[in-house]
Design a protein around this ligand. Structure first.
Ligand code: AMP
Ligand code: MG
Length: 403
């Protein structure tokens, strides 16, 4: 049985980055570039004004000077002509600097009168001029393949004149719930039955990872139905099943995956909760069989499936950030396997991160997961933890460490 770290390493070694596709820019946020973005031209494309004011020759402006205004350049316009000695042209921010001019006198440093201006101060060469190519040069790789596209990247791509960009395809992830006790949410719930919450919960987790869930629904613990659904799921980029794998179960999922030529890589991981987590492969298609317990299925998704999906979608950074935090109370633990402890986080006045238990850590308590800001990842060899001890906390949200 692999350790937590080994299981994560094995999975990431086995999954492959998906092929690229063109996506329109408005759909590119959060995707990973599959090719470099090279600038077709300089940015800015020409010397232009950083201020509203007057394009001038700095040689004319070594002290207070009076210049004749010969024209103006509107936004998006072209210079009416060059700026000659003793002359100025009115210019707007972003407009091209006319030939002859080498500086901008900002409007607030100028006194206007008729068709002339008087400068209040000297204007140094290059003042308030944005140089052609000072941001990005023609031929320069502005964004390297592997970059995650955010608003700034979209801005650069649009500035390169492009409407679409090659990105790694989103993973399509099939999700199957198994168990005779399950009913679709919304259907009448009879005695002994529970709503299939894992299907939609895992779909939500898949969506937030940037992938596309395909809900296959519920497979009864019945061979032909299960086989048909697993077969369908294997046509996706990844398949997640929940339940039907723990000891005492009929091990049907495992058996049928075998028949469907899924190579079982591991069947359990040395962690708590989430021990009955299995990983297999058919070709390069990963199959994750997660525990049925709703807390365990979400925690094991977080630890094993999310990193795999991110890697498949081209991300280099696939793990949640880890932060050291001071434990606020003792925690029982026997040495042996890695424990995930659902914790709440707060900041002490000096900025230190404090972790306290989010509540009852039994895996049946979903409420504790709702209250958790992070998971303390307690190493296998660690025994009982004392208050004041440092634990490493995996941050489950990115907005919780401020303030
Ligand atoms: P199992 O892994 O089949 O032993 O299930 C462990 C626990 O999780 C049992 O209480 C199941 O009823 C529950 N469970 C299994 N699958 C689901 C599901 N899809 N949605 C909600 N609870 C589930
Ligand atoms: Mg079951």
């Amino acid at each position: 049985m692999p350790s937590y770290e080994e299981a994560r390493r094995i999975i990431l070694e086995q999954v492959a980055v998906l092929p690229a596709e063109e996506t329109p820019l408005h759909g590119a946020a959060g995707r990973v570039l599959a090719a470099d973005v090279t600038m077709p031209w300089d940015l800015p494309r020409w010397d232009n004004s950083a201020m509203d004011g007057f394009a001038v020759r700095s040689a004319d402006c070594t002290g207070p000077a009076r210049l004749r205004v010969t024209g103006s350049i509107l936004a998006g316009g072209l210079p009416p002509g060059p700026v000659g000695p003793g002359e100025a042209i009115r210019i707007m921010t972003g407009a091209p600097v006319p030939p002859g001019a080498d500086a901008i006198a900002p409007i607030e440093d100028v006194e206007e009168g008729g068709d002339a201006i008087t400068l209040r101060a000297a204007v140094r060469p290059g003042a308030h001029v944005r140089r052609r190519g000072e941001d990005l040069r023609a031929g320069e790789v502005a964004l390297a393949a592997g970059t995650v596209v955010g608003p700034g990247e979209v801005s650069v791509i649009a500035s390169a004149g492009r409407v679409a960009v090659p990105v790694v395809r989103r993973a399509r992830v099939a999700i199957l719930s198994t168990g005779d006790e399950l009913v679709e949410p919304g259907q009448p719930v009879g005695p002994g039955q529970v709503c299939d919450s894992n299907g939609v919960a895992l779909a939500a987790a898949v969506t937030l990872a940037g992938a596309e869930p395909i809900l296959l629904g519920i497979a009864r613990d019945d061979r032909p139905a299960l086989r048909a659904l697993l077969e369908r799921g294997l046509a996706a980029d990844a398949l997640i099943t929940s339940a039907g794998v723990s000891a005492g179960d009929r091990d049907l999922v495992r058996e049928i995956l075998d028949e469907l030529e899924v190579r079982q890589v591991f069947w359990k991981v040395d962690i708590k909760p989430g021990r009955p987590t299995a990983f297999g492969l058919r070709g390069r298609t990963p199959v994750f069989s997660l525990p049925g317990n709703p807390v365990s299925s979400l925690l094991t998704f977080e630890q094993f499936v999310r990193p795999a999906l991110l890697r498949m979608m081209g991300h280099r950074q696939v793990f949640r950030p880890l932060q050291p935090a001071l434990l606020q109370e003792p925690l029982a633990k026997a040495p042996g396997r890695v424990h995930f402890v659902r914790v709440r986080l707060s900041r002490r006045a000096d900025g230190a991160l404090l972790a306290s238990t989010a509540g009852n850590q039994e895996t049946g308590i979903l409420k504790t997961l709702l209250r958790a800001d992070g998971l303390a990842i307690v190493p296998a060899e660690q025994g009982k933890l004392e208050a004041g001890q440092v634990v490493m906390v995996q941050l489950l949200r990115s907005d919780l460490v401020e303030g």
